[in-house]
Design a protein around this ligand. Structure first.
Ligand code: PLP
Length: 380
């Protein structure tokens, strides 16, 4: 029953060969910038492309500052630290996410708490968040504590699943009511807007990823964005080995990380960012084609951008009517060399996170059984 879908995807990509889920797109511009970084000999820890990409990215998303890093996971690890996450604290996030979200919490010695997503956005649900906080949070010693675990709740990390924005206004309202900082995992959401404001710019900080499968890539890379200039300066310092800037003195004033983005990668990132608008246009057209195909198919519902949102449609997603249908689709499309993939296993079902506190996870479980990603590469 999925023959027509396979045929339709083949016609979108005009190939009889293997169709991957998301492959990068490179042009002469990418080659030019990378070559110029090589010719400059500044391929590593210093170089003009790093500064340029930080400025260009901040300008694009509408944040005061961006600090680029070696990857998105490192960006989230450091952002959480600067949001005030300490050992034995808790961080609220969603179970429906890529494993890096939960890992970055644990790198800070903290414990993830998994709260349900909304069905429509597939991202952290404001109502579920409020319900959890009303039931378990209490204010004492100038902090917010979980009545059950007695641990401090240090931060909240919503993730914009496949580039579809979470309901940021309601999430911010509930987080602000308790005074808990939000760090947005916007790794998948470059080019996505909620109410005209770019994802990743609502919370205290937001992070992005430029891994090979993301909307734009520089091989590997990440970024932290924030409107707090002093915070950005602190983050820049600590992600670049905490070296004091000086023409020849060679002194480090605290324990820093070597998390900076190499200039070679930043060169590619600058070139890719220049092409983002074209990529986004093509991805919207692709999503439109999928939407129209599924408009009269009863067995699958194509995921559209939420209300008041502009999604980047990073990975197109389909909700099958049930788990068996989903498994049939996965089997057949992959057999026919059209790559599809189920949404992530819930973090709370992975062995390393199975003892973390959760709520009912009703929507997360429902989506986990039904959602598949469809080929989503830019076709330019
Ligand atoms: C891609 C991704 C990251 C970070 O990935 P890196 O590969 O470390 O750049 C983090 N969170 C989510 C949700 C992601 O999709």
């Amino acid at each position: 029953m999925f023959e027509d879908l396979i045929q339709m995807i083949r016609s979108l990509y005009k190939t009889e060969g293997f169709i991957p889920l998301h492959e990068p797109r490179f042009s002469m511009l990418d080659q030019k910038y990378v070559l110029s970084a090589i010719e400059s000999t500044f391929v590593s820890s210093v170089g003009e492309y790093v500064n340029r990409f930080e400025q260009d990215l901040a300008a694009y998303v509408g944040a005061k500052r961006a600090v680029v890093t070696v990857n998105g996971t490192a960006a989230l690890q450091v952002a959480l630290r600067f949001a005030g996450v300490k050992a034995d604290n808790e961080v609220i996030t969603q179970p429906l996410t890529f494993v890096a979200t939960a890992n970055a919490i644990v790198y800070n010695g903290a414990h993830p708490v998994f709260i349900d997503v909304d069905r429509e956005t597939m991202g952290l649900g404001p109502d579920a968040l409020k319900e959890f906080l009303d039931r378990f949070a209490e204010k004492r010693n100038g902090g917010i504590y979980n009545r059950l675990s007695k641990r401090r709740i240090a931060a909240i990390v919503p993730m914009h699943t496949f580039g579809h924005p979470c309901r940021m206004d309601a999430l911010m309202e509930h987080a602000n009511a308790w005074g808990i900082p939000i760090v947005e995992d916007a790794a998948e959401a470059l080019g996505s807007f909620y109410n005209g404001k770019h994802c990743g710019t609502f919370g205290k900080m937001g992070i992005f990823s430029f891994n090979g499968n993301k909307t734009i890539t520089c091989g590997g890379g990440g970024a932290i964005v924030t409107d707090d200039e002093a915070l950005a300066a602190r983050i820049k310092h600590i992600t670049t080995t905490a070296k004091i800037s000086h023409p020849w003195k060679y002194v480090h004033d605290e324990i820093g990380y070597n998390f900076r983005m190499p200039n070679l990668n930043a060169a590619l990132a600058c070139a890719q960012l220049e092409q983002l608008t074209g990529f986004l246009e093509d991805k919207r057209n692709l999503a439109k084609e999928y939407a129209s195909f599924f408009s009269d198919r009863k067995w699958g519902e194509f995921v559209l951008e939420p209300k008041k949102c502009q999604s980047n449609y990073w990975l197109n997603a389909l909700i099958l009517s049930n788990k068996n249908r989903r498994d049939e689709l996965l089997k057949m499309t992959n057999e026919y060399r059209v790559m599809t993939r189920p949404i992530w296993r819930l973090m709370s079902d992975l062995q390393m996170f199975q003892n973390c506190q959760t709520d009912s996870l009703k929507n997360s479980k429902w989506l986990q059984e039904r959602v598949v990603n469809l080929p989503s590469s830019v076709r330019l």
